[in-house]
Design a protein around this ligand. Structure first.
Ligand code: FAD
Length: 373
């Protein structure tokens, strides 16, 4: 693209920051508008598989992340009560040799801080909740809840599962509640009476729990559950939960699970939401990326990875085409099949339940993957 379009990114989450950093790397300027007044470090872990690490390496963040992240030797899948092994995926150096990039686990706040370090502070406007986007004589007019306004040639909706940009673009259809909730917590490993597995998913009949370390020194441990709960549908980064409810829900699970839940002091909870794959991702000067375009259940640990890959591919598609409309068409065509496949596998919750070859997912480097022109 010869012109330098004015790009507004809505949302400074994983996808928005990855898009801003990727666009910057390829010579574009983007302004990020985030509704939050400040960033908070809520207790959640996140897994970054090799495909996401390729994206982050291209942004110069590999070293930054490795300084604090934990590299598990395996991902172990075990039966909820007996602990019998169902499938063990080799990670550590084996995965790094196979895929060319590591599989790492970290605090979500550490990943967010790494992405923030790749975007100059003046390119991020906080306290800016997008209310509307309307056509203007000179591009598109953005209005914000604080009364502020901005103009852009392209609006990137990186505003998550409850996306306002998606609503403006395609109307107010709500995300689907799966009838399940995720309880999540990070806490000091010193509270445990004994060490636990490096990364284990405990598979129960109608519920599961994933437990792993989130720091290189293994001094912080994390768990995330999926539990049936028809009543609760809020998607929030900050709703607290009741640890006694979690302990009770897993009281017949293996002793290692019960020890983690015994030791955990405070927990947050999320309703697990998803949406069916979207037909069109762009129109009227707007494009959707990340959870705004393709939210998914967290059962493959790929939602943020997909958002980050989107950011890289969007920047490449704009760089390698002559105008915005063409760039968005190439972006959508390149991303649709892959994200729909990840949505479907995540929905089924079969990933790693038995012997699984993750090459199609982990062996994707968004910086060199062929674009679909
Ligand atoms: C329980 C659970 C576990 C998970 N584990 C993993 C994992 O291990 N690995 C992984 O890859 N993914 C994981 N995910 C998925 C991952 O968290 C999401 O897919 C990812 O955060 C999506 O990134 P995003 O940038 O699209 O949206 P978000 O991270 O949700 O960011 C959206 C941003 O937009 C802002 N915003 C929203 N509306 C507006 C508005 N109107 N104006 C301005 N700003 C706005 C929000 O404040 C937010 O900062 C998990 C998800 C859950 C629920």
């Amino acid at each position: 693209m010869t012109d330098n379009p004015r790009i507004a990114i809505i949302g400074a989450g994983m996808g928005g920051l990855a898009a801003a950093a990727s666009l910057r790397r390829l010579g574009f300027m983007a302004q990020v508008y985030e509704q939050a007044e400040r960033f908070t470090r809520i207790g959640a872990g996140i897994q970054m598989s090799p495909n996401a690490m390729w994206a982050l390496r291209g942004l110069g963040l590999d070293g930054h992340i490795r300084r604090t992240a934990f590299q598990p030797r395996t991902w172990n899948n075990r039966v909820w009560d007996t602990g019998a092994e169902m499938f063990e995926l080799p990670l550590g150096q084996a995965a790094e040799d196979q895929f060319g990039a590591p599989y790492l686990q970290m605090h979500r706040g550490d990943l967010h801080a790494a992405l923030l370090s790749a975007v100059p502070a003046q390119q991020i406007s906080l306290g800016k909740r997008l209310v509307d986007v309307t056509p203007a004589t000179d591009g598109f007019a953005l209005s914000f809840a604080d009364g502020g306004e901005a103009t852009a040639d392209l609006v990137v909706g990186a505003d998550g599962v409850q996306s306002r940009v998606r609503e403006i673009l395609w109307g107010g259809e709500r995300p689907l509640a799966t009838g399940r909730v995720a309880y999540r917590a990070t806490f000091p490993a010193a509270l445990l009476r004994h060490p636990v597995g490096e990364c284990t998913k405990w598979w129960g009949p109608d519920r599961h729990i994933v437990i792993y370390y989130v720091t290189k020194t293994k001094d912080e441990v994390y768990f995330v559950t999926s539990l049936p709960d028809q009543a609760w549908v809020h998607e929030s980064w900050s709703a607290t939960g009741d640890m006694n409810v979690v302990r009770e829900a897993f009281d017949s699970f293996h002793e290692e699970v019960r020890e983690v839940l015994r030791a955990c002091p405070v927990v947050h909870r999320w309703a697990i939401l998803e949406r069916a794959p979207l037909e069109r991702w762009y129109g009227g000067g707007m494009v959707l990326i990340g959870d705004a375009a393709h939210p998914m259940t967290p059962y493959m640990a790929q939602g943020a990875a997909m958002a980050i890959e989107d950011g890289v591919i969007l920047a490449r598609a704009l760089e390698e085409t002559s105008d915005i409309e063409r760039g968005l068409a190439v972006f959508e065509a390149t991303r649709k099949a892959r994200t729909a496949q990840v949505q479907a596998v995540s929905h089924a919750n079969t990933w790693m339940r038995e012997a699984t070859d993750p090459t199609w997912c982990y062996g994707y480097n968004p910086w060199i993957e062929a674009l679909n022109f």
